[in-house]
Ligand binder design. Structure first.
Ligand SMILES: Cc1cc2nc3c(=O)[nH]c(=O)nc-3n(C[C@H](O)[C@H](O)[C@H](O)COP(=O)(O)OP(=O)(O)OC[C@H]3O[C@@H](n4cnc5c(N)ncnc54)[C@H](O)[C@@H]3O)c2cc1C
Length: 513
């Protein structure tokens, strides 16, 4: 059996950056279930936030992050995020991520709920792709071993400590065991739970299911961020129209051409994402349309083509010239705010098991993520994971939000009379209809019953699609049950039957097997 110091599952920003740092400390293996660049990272458009301008400060960045978090951010974790950000950005620059510049300085853009322009970008609107390509090149050239088309299927724990994992060779179907001292889950999000989403096919909640089944704590799962503006063209997979488009002056109009956002929020088109997403749904209902529009036709064409070359080209390929045509958009599931519960060193409650990136919940996002903080979170906490693993840090720290935790475990539910056959399509429709942007008790309860029954009746998985479906069912169940339990609205979680926030709910729902 092969033995490594570090096994890292995932090859997005979290996995690759951790691998590059861990390489200095011992033997490293990266496992990834597709090719190295199959991930959400490469789709990130807007950029990465950091207080690097003279008009900005970590304090201001912290204030914006905590405000977006709506009473649930872990302020200690936020302090770390914003203060370590400039040094981590310098690391990316050293790896030669080609951030865009203006007059010789790194260019910064504005995004919703940030008080000042603080978002670095690359290739205009191709930030994630540039980061992914740069880091994967660095990993390749440093000789780190990468196993592509291998899927992690089970974490092996002995006497409370991780000692390895089982992996599926997706090409042959065989299962292998690998041993390690430290296991780092960097498996990304779970956007594939929803019919409309902006995510890569790999985003199937595998890390959540792996960690939960191994005994790790999972937290804040009810908070799933819906991006207000996914491109909505029939037959075209959702493609993100970045918030930065509104940041640069784009405005939302309903199907009748009316500019509606100022009616809903003082910040108008730059209101927080959850407000914009719900307002769009209301306008869609009001006008009987399945979309609204982003209008940038008043901006100089040159600004659009140079600042958003990727979006401009994608739309043009689908028959829309956005310098002249309004862009049809509708909300889509985007970012998993909750995840595997970690402390500020990326440690879970299982010795030797760490989590980073979208699959982790460090507590920085609270109930709602500030745009462009997720790429940043991945690099800041990946660095801390390697520092902790190499023994540089000796402090013992429990997971984030420990004082405000409500511990829950999954229990039996009644089997619905008409139980649909489980499939990815049915699961995605179920989540979109019952666990989406606007939720209420009856729909959540029905969805939870179906997911519980599926979980009980599912045959043991044997190949990648069946493992992914099983992982989505478990992840969806944790999300749905948490959304059912939280009888209030806060951040990204909105209940039409409990539309206000309640001080009683200023705490975290933590799942444990
Ligand atoms: C369209 C879009 C735009 C975005 N824009 C921004 C932005 O502008 N700024 C920002 O900060 N954030 C943005 N985000 C969010 C951000 O991109 C992600 O949160 C971040 O890239 C996640 O990085 P990660 O390393 O955690 O996961 P990912 O990049 O998703 O990588 C996960 C990796 O894990 C692998 N994997 C998963 N399960 C297994 C398994 N069982 N076995 C083996 N391998 C596995 C996958 O194959 C993949 O390699 C955006 C997201 C999307 C989808």
């Amino acid at each position: 059996m092969n033995q490594y110091d570090y096994i890292i599952v995932g090859s997005g920003i979290g996995g690759l950056y951790t691998a590059l740092l861990a390489k200095e400390q011992g033997s490293v293996l990266v496992i990834t279930k597709g090719s190295i660049d199959d991930c959400n990272t490469k789709y990130a458009q807007g950029g990465i936030a950091a207080a690097i301008s003279k008009d900005d400060s970590p304090e201001l960045h912290s204030k914006d992050t905590v405000n977006a978090g709506d009473g649930l951010s872990d302020e200690e974790a936020v302090h770390i995020l914003v203060n370590e950000a400039p040094a981590r950005i310098a690391d990316l620059v050293n790896y030669r991520v080609p951030f865009d510049t203006l007059d010789g300085e790194i260019a910064l853009t504005m995004e919703a709920a940030h008080s000042v322009p603080r978002v670095l970008h690359a290739g205009g609107d191709a930030t994630g792709e540039y980061i992914e390509v740069t880091l994967s090149r660095a990993v390749r050239s440093s000789g780190i071993q990468v196993l592509e088309d291998f899927m992690a299927t089970e974490i092996l724990v002995e006497k409370g400590k991780v000692n390895g994992m089982r992996v599926l060779d997706c090409r042959t179907g065989s299962i292998e065991e690998l041993q390690c001292r430290f296991l780092i889950l960097a498996t990304g999000g779970a956007g594939q739970l929803f019919k409309y989403n902006t995510n890569s096919d790999i985003a199937t909640g595998d890390g959540i299911a792996l960690a939960f089944n191994a005994g790790a704590e999972i937290v804040d799962m009810e908070f799933f961020q819906f991006h207000p503006t996914g491109l909505r063209i029939p037959g075209v997979l959702p493609f993100l129209i970045s918030e930065a488009v509104r940041g640069e002056g784009g405005v939302l109009r309903n199907a009748e051409g009316y500019r509606f956002m100022p009616d809903y929020h003082p910040k108008g088109d730059m209101a927080p994402r959850d407000v914009v997403a719900r307002s769009i749904l209301y306008e869609m209902k009001k006008t009987g349309s399945d979309k609204v529009f982003i209008d940038v036709t008043h901006l100089p064409p040159h600004t659009i083509t140079t600042r958003f070359p990727h979006i401009y080209r994608f739309c043009l390929d689908h028959g829309l010239d956005i310098t002249r045509d309004k862009v049809p958009v509708a909300p889509a599931a985007h970012y998993m705010i909750g995840g595997i519960r970690t402390n500020s060193w990326g440690e879970t409650n299982i010795d030797g098991l760490f989590a980073t990136g979208e699959t982790a919940c460090t507590g920085v996002h609270g109930a709602n993520r500030l745009a462009s903080n997720s790429l940043l979170e991945a690099i800041v906490f990946s660095k801390r994971i390697v520092e902790k693993a190499r023994g540089k840090v000796r402090t013992k720290e429990s997971a984030s939000g420990k004082d405000k935790a409500m511990y829950c475990s999954l229990s039996q539910r009644p089997i619905p009379k008409a139980l649909p056959v489980p499939s990815l399509t049915v699961l995605q429709q179920l989540h979109w209809d019952k666990v989406g942007i606007i939720r209420e008790s009856q729909g959540l309860n029905q969805a939870a019953d179906i997911l519980a029954a599926w979980q009980q009746s599912l045959r043991p998985p044997t190949d990648q699609p069946s493992y992914e479906l099983s992982n989505l069912i478990l992840t969806g169940r944790l999300l749905t049950e948490a959304a059912f339990i939280r009888e209030e609205s806060r951040g990204a979680h909105f209940r039409s039957d409990f539309p206000e926030s309640s001080p009683r709910w200023q705490r975290h729902i933590v799942w444990k097997k």
